[in-house]
Ligand binder design. Structure first.
Ligand SMILES: *Cc1c(COP(=O)(O)O)cnc(C)c1O
Length: 353
């Protein structure tokens, strides 16, 4: 029988991203409603305004999207007080399109690690040369080391607050890096709403900075897949040329626009996160690292992250083992702030380990 299997490029063999422990696998073990603290989602769900916008948009899905993405871009520019932004299918989709603009096979992409894995995956798909640069022992970014590594690279990635460590990089450090590099800096600010640090003022001074944002976290729209980025003005037409046509659905664009206007929902979420981070940091038996995001990194040694996540799952609490993050020792778990009952269940479960 003929098969195209041998033609598959090296980087696409094997499986893609999987949840280590899925809610579905717990259901088989009789746990029907686990605390879901593994994916940094909004425990309060989507904004009711977004749900309403989705049902309104539903009657238009026989049409290709027309002006919806542009309307969303205008709403984003106005909301955040920036001059130019782009949108895509999750921030992941935005990252993919941005890399397509710059990266040819063999080009260098620098990534500050340990961090979010998708930068590396997206860069490797374009046959880039990926160069990791380690954070310091406390996970702070050493700007000198970053600048040295970024010499000759077209795009560099820095995540702040960083996933999975929660570490916030000060504006001054980012500025020092921008002054030292010649390529593009992609600053991933997926958790920006939780940290109160605003990097957008740097956009006015630096034309090689892109700031990535998402509707998946504080806005509670992870399933709608909408991401965006603040970009320099010259970049907009390049992005539009590289982007997949009609990538953002009418439904997702409508949901995002509505979510943006519901400040009550995002404020309630940020408040929940702040209160519980304080409480869990005080009460958890294991060391909790400082965080600017809606999750915390916990050092569970002498357990490994994998063992700890399995034990917690058996008690109905889903957390993320961090053993798969290159550059991070294997004794960490990442736990996001959930609804009250979920956080309480987590604290109880940790006590019994
Ligand atoms: C969640 C997340 C994203 C993007 O998520 P999308 O759902 O693709 O928008 C990007 N970067 C980091 C660090 C994240 O944690």
């Amino acid at each position: 029988m003929k098969s195209g299997e041998s033609l598959v490029r090296e980087q696409y063999r094997g499986g893609g991203y999987r949840y280590a422990i899925s809610p579905a696998s717990l259901r088989e073990k009789g746990i029907s409603r686990p605390a879901r603290l593994a994916s940094n989602e909004n425990p309060f769900g989507p904004s009711p305004a977004a749900v309403k916008a989705i049902s309104r948009a539903a009657s238009q899905v026989h049409r290709y999207p027309d002006m919806e993405a542009l309307f969303l871009v205008s709403a984003i520019n106005e909301h955040f007080g920036v001059s130019d932004s782009v949108v895509g299918v999750g921030m992941d989709g935005v990252i993919e399109t941005i890399l397509r603009v710059f990266i040819a096979p063999g080009d260098r992409v620098v990534i500050s690690v340990p961090t979010f894995s998708y930068y590396r995956l997206a860069a490797e798909c374009l046959s880039a040369e990926v160069v990791p640069v380690m954070r310091e022992d406390d996970f702070a970014v050493d700007p000198g080391a970053f600048i040295d590594a970024a010499r000759g690279s077209k795009v560099s990635f820095l995540c702040t607050p960083n996933n999975p460590t929660g570490t916030v990089t000060p504006v001054e450090t980012v500025e020092e890096i921008l002054n030292g590099i010649d390529g593009m800096l992609f600053l991933d600010n997926a958790y920006g709403e939780f940290s109160r640090i605003d990097y957008t003022s740097l956009m006015r001074k630096y034309r090689n900075l892109i700031i990535g944002r998402t509707f998946s976290k504080v806005y509670g729209l992870a399933g709608a897949r909408v991401g965006f980025a603040f970009v320099p003005p010259w970049f907009v037409p390049c992005y539009e040329t590289a982007a997949t046509p009609f990538a953002l659905s009418i439904i997702s664009a409508a949901a995002a626009r509505a979510a943006l206007s519901d400040r009550e929902h995002t404020e309630k979420t940020v408040l929940q996160v702040r209160q519980w981070i304080r409480k869990i940091s005080e009460e958890c038996r294991y060391p909790v690292l400082p965080t600017g995001a809606n999750f915390i990194l916990i050092d569970v040694s002498p357990m490994t992250g994998d063992v700890c996540a399995e034990l917690l799952a058996s008690k109905g609490v889903l957390v993320r083992s961090c053993s798969s993050f290159p550059g991070l020792p294997d004794h960490y778990i990442r736990v996001n702030i959930g609804a009250d009952w979920e956080n309480e269940l987590f604290l109880e479960a940790v006590e019994t380990l």
